[in-house]
Design a binder for this molecule. Structure first.
Ligand SMILES: CC(=O)N[C@H]1[C@@H](OP(=O)(O)OP(=O)(O)OC[C@H]2O[C@@H](n3ccc(=O)[nH]c3=O)[C@H](O)[C@@H]2O)O[C@H](CO)[C@@H](O)[C@@H]1O[C@H](C)C(=O)N[C@@H](C)C(=O)N[C@H](CCC(=O)O)C(=O)O
Ligand SMILES: Nc1ncnc2c1ncn2[C@@H]1O[C@H](COP(=O)(O)OP(=O)(O)OP(=O)(O)O)[C@@H](O)[C@H]1O
Ligand SMILES: N[C@H](CCC[C@H](N)C(=O)O)C(=O)O
Ligand SMILES: [Mg+2]
Length: 492
């Protein structure tokens, strides 16, 4: 594609080009290390470095044009714009042939439950024998092919590349997690969503968004970008959790049709007569088109919200109730979410991805509901992330457990001792132990556990690494737990 063909997608007054040359653009890049002959390189001002400083390197590596926020001393055309990230997302969408218009796209946002809901949606559409795509925290999936991810919601260039691959491979429905960072940084500009789902909003990421108001607003951008409900061929739907107060704002921020779900507040789609055991939940799924009693293998009220969110999004896309119920009834669970580690022991070990105060509380509440003996929770807080959630998470941990074992999550660039200090200094309860080394913390709890006790290892779920300083070490809570269980059994 020629440079002019690409940039003429933008209104004329939104850019200036420093030369009349019109090179052929064969790829779009935002990282100089990935630039190749024929690339258009986007100079992005980051949080760590300024991409404009890599313009010369990009040229040396074969870039034929640049998009930048100011003039640069180079011999190739520079397209000068106000906001490189925003322009990058719009141009990526055009360069890749507007791929999201070729498939049904469901965006899921909210503090907790995004990964779970996208995986439930995948199960529903696979039950319908449709080819699916999933983009999120654990990985990207196109049909049965799996691709690694760096961010929950990739940067626009990567994202539109994935959608283009999905469209080429005839994916009919894609479900993606849309993080508040992605919305704020314009990673999803240009995506044509058919359905936007809101799970819930509780405290997280205040390091980035500073206040809950800003965080709430960022999530709302998904609903305002959803498009118009009067588009007759493909109406748009905002699926909102009626039990979460933030839904009121999102209802105002969209012109799409609203579909609400909930357990407590009267809503379009509801779960009634919920009966939970330690292994599953039975309830009546109430919809405007009829009701159906269903059983799922998931437990905890939070899981029922995730089921309702997925069922509602599928319902909006005209999936019949039988298919929704059949698919959701078969789901065993999602990798690293309330995952039971079974080494034949007589106590229960659960690995869960709870890394926010609300998710930790939900999981521990659910465990407490069924626990017959002691509850041990092993938890830490990520470094270079919201510091204000640390004491709150620690407080939740001691409140719902017999003993909390505070340890390291991914300390990243922070001193693990300081993180533990932030978690524990204000604690008034004394039922906790601090063991910085995560493996030792897990071993400690497993060695202590007696018959019928429950151990919850929270925060890292599916993660197979631990980031300490700049080093990424192999670490998988499930493997470490299993090793400790087996070694305890051998010693007995
Ligand atoms: C705060 C944030 O979102 N940071 C993202 C951002 O990093 P950054 O601003 O530090 O980038 P930078 O290193 O300063 O680089 C600036 C520019 O220079 C370029 N560069 C850099 C070096 C070089 O040699 N050459 C070069 O061209 C970079 O490619 C980039 O274009 O741009 C990077 C490249 O796309 C992202 O990977 C990175 O995500 C980091 C890893 C991150 O941790 N993000 C988190 C906060 C995040 O986005 N989380 C949400 C999910 C959270 C949730 O829901 O719980 C997510 O969607 O993942
Ligand atoms: N609907 C929910 N409400 C509250 N907590 C939940 C909900 N669903 C899941 N959780 C808890 O949050 C954890 C993370 O769930 P999940 O991975 O689905 O969320 P996420 O929104 O994708 O998280 P992330 O922001 O890290 O991508 C789970 O392990 C569980 O502890
Ligand atoms: N998407 C979240 C994941 C946090 C997972 C936790 N294990 C941590 O490292 O803090 C984040 O990047 O904030
Ligand atoms: Mg996720």
């Amino acid at each position: 594609m020629k440079l002019t063909e690409l940039i003429n997608v933008l209104p004329k007054w939104q850019f200036n080009v420093t030369s009349n040359e019109n090179p052929e653009i064969t790829s779009l890049k935002m990282d100089s290390r990935e630039v190749e002959e024929g690339s258009l390189f986007f100079c992005v001002k980051g949080y760590t470095v300024d991409g404009h400083d890599y313009a010369k390197t990009a040229v040396e590596k074969g870039a034929v044009a640049l998009v930048a926020e100011h003039e640069l001393d180079v011999d190739i055309p520079v397209v000068i714009v106000k906001d490189t990230r925003r322009v990058m997302a719009l141009l990526a969408n055009f360069f890749y042939g507007q791929p999201t218009e070729k498939l049904k796209l469901i965006g899921v946002t909210g503090t907790n439950g995004k990964t779970t809901v996208t995986h439930l949606l995948e199960a529903i559409f696979q039950e319908k024998k449709q080819k699916t795509g999933v983009i999120g925290t654990i990985e990207t999936r196109i049909g049965s092919e799996v691709y690694p991810v760096q961010n929950t919601t990739p940067e626009s260039l990567a994202l539109q590349g994935i959608f283009s691959k999905m469209a080429d491979e005839n994916v009919e429905v894609a479900a993606m997690e849309v993080s508040s960072h992605a919305l704020d940084l314009g990673r999803v500009h240009g995506c044509d969503y058919d359905v936007a789902v809101f799970t819930n909003l509780t405290q997280d990421h205040l390091d980035y968004h500073h206040t809950m108001e800003e965080y709430r607003y960022a999530k709302g951008l998904l609903f305002s970008q959803l498009g118009n409900r009067f588009e007759e061929t493909s109406p748009k739907y905002a699926v909102l959790n009626a039990d979460d107060a933030s839904s009121e704002l999102y209802a105002k921020m969209t012109t799409a049709f609203l579909l609400t779900y909930g357990i407590h507040v009267e809503s379009d789609i509801m779960a009634r007569n919920i009966e939970m055991t330690s292994s599953g939940t039975t309830f009546e799924l109430v919809t405007p088109l009829g009701n159906k009693t269903m059983h799922v293998n998931l437990i905890g009220e939070f899981s029922i919200y995730n089921i309702l969110a997925a069922a509602s999004a599928a319902f909006a896309l005209n999936v019949d109730l039988e298919t929704i119920v059949a698919a959701l009834s078969k789901v065993k669970g999602v990798d690293g979410r309330f995952e039971v580690v079974n080494g034949g022991q007589d106590y229960t070990v659960i690995v869960d991805y709870a890394h926010t105060p609300d998710s930790l509380e939900n999981v521990l509440k659910t465990v407490k509901q069924f626990a017959e003996q002691n509850i041990y929770v092993i938890v830490g807080c990520g470094g270079d992330r919201d510091k204000t959630k640390r004491p709150i998470m620690a407080n939740v941990a001691v409140s719902y457990s017999t003993e909390a074992i505070f340890t390291s999550d991914n300390p990243r660039s922070e001193d693990p001792k300081e993180i533990l200090n932030d978690m524990t200094t204000e604690l008034t309860e004394e039922n906790f132990t601090t063991i910085e080394d995560r493996r030792e913390a897990i071993q400690y709890a497993i060695n202590k556990a007696q018959a019928k006790d429950v151990i919850v290892i929270a925060g890292k779920g599916h993660e197979t690494y631990q980031i300490i300083g700049g080093t990424v070490n192999d670490f998988d809570d499930r493997k470490v737990a299993l090793e400790s269980i087996e070694s305890k059994t051998k010693q007995a």
